[in-house]
Ligand binder design. Structure first.
Ligand code: NAP
Length: 266
């Protein structure tokens, strides 16, 4: 007898643990914190990064702490490299249940001088990479009738900031891609959501943010500080969980209040 007439026919499939997760750009910064969070949540984590030292070191650290993690070389701007990485995961486990599209790059130039090569490079990494990884992962997820995809966007995709012609526009595209994937993949039990970090202390911002930019961001964020990668990872961990099963197509700012703010000093 079915005691709950509203129970989802997919409920039986949701009990499969551990899940197989891929985090792109997972060797450093926000990606490293996400890899660690997913490992701590009991998942088997593939750390896909263009920097093989970073992903190998982190995989070794996670394994030493009793988790299961693997480094996989991955350049998300290369369709061949994406094929190869998913081939490795498919051969090892035949599944990929969680994908976090985290790898991203940024440089700032004034709009009038924006170099076309950099525009193309940013779109290859920040937009085309997540789309292709999403296709590969979703084909595997569809077989299980379950999947979680999280795309790392940015507050720069929700509001314009100086110099971010390619970066900001690419992250706005990630927000749109997230909605598109969400509506087309929902029927397979796959959710797709985004997280839009505010300024976070990582190697990227150390390189990208001048002292003046850092001061301006700190003033514009109501929390009056940069975030730490673990604050992004905690939200990603939730969106990848069973509990987030009815959250789909949204991009959540994790930004110390930046998106809510207007004039802060009167
Ligand atoms: P990060 O410190 O630079 O780390 C990114 C990692 O991705 C690095 O290991 C990097 O390797 C790797 N990577 C770069 N290009 C890649 C490619 N083509 N394929 C695979 N891996 C690649 O950056 P982060 O600050 O943690 O940022 C992570 C994500 O959050 C990005 O999408 C970024 O746009 C977004 N985000 C960050 C902030 C922030 O304030 N930090 C704010 C909003 C959004 P290398 O070190 O060798 O380049």
């Amino acid at each position: 007898m079915n005691l709950n007439p509203h129970a989802s026919p997919r409920a039986a499939k949701t009990a499969t643990l551990p899940r197989i997760a891929l985090v792109t750009g997972g060797g450093s910064g926000i990606g490293a914190a996400i890899s660690q969070q997913l490992a701590e949540n009991g998942h088997i984590v593939f750390i896909g990064d263009i920097n093989p030292h970073a992903s190998r070191d982190l995989a070794a650290t996670l394994c030493a702490a009793g988790h299961e993690a693997y480094a996989v070389e991955l350049d998300v701007s290369s369709p061949a490299s994406i094929d190869e990485a998913f081939g490795t995961i498919g051969q090892a486990f035949g599944r990929c249940d969680i994908l976090v599209n985290n790898a991203g790059i940024a440089k700032t130039f004034p709009f009038l001088d924006y170099p076309i090569e950099h525009w193309r490079n940013v779109f290859d990494v920040n937009v085309t990479g997540p789309m292709l990884c999403g296709q590969h992962a979703a084909r595997l997820m569809r077989k299980q009738g379950w999947g979680r995809i999280v795309n790392i966007a940015s507050i720069s995709g929700l509001r314009a900031s100086s110099g971010r012609t390619a970066y900001g526009t690419s992250k706005a595209a990630v927000v749109g891609l997230t909605r598109q994937m969400a509506i087309e993949l929902a029927e397979y039990g796959i959710t797709t959501n985004g997280v839009a970090p505010g300024p976070i202390d990582t190697p990227m911002t150390l390189d990208l943010h001048s002292a003046v930019a850092r001061e301006n961001y700190t003033r514009a964020v109501p929390a009056k500080r940069y975030g730490v990668p673990e604050e992004i990872a905690a939200v990603v961990g939730f969106l990848c969980s069973e509990q987030a099963s009815y959250v789909n197509g949204h991009t959540v700012p994790v930004d110390g209040g930046f998106m809510a703010a207007g004039v802060l000093e009167i």
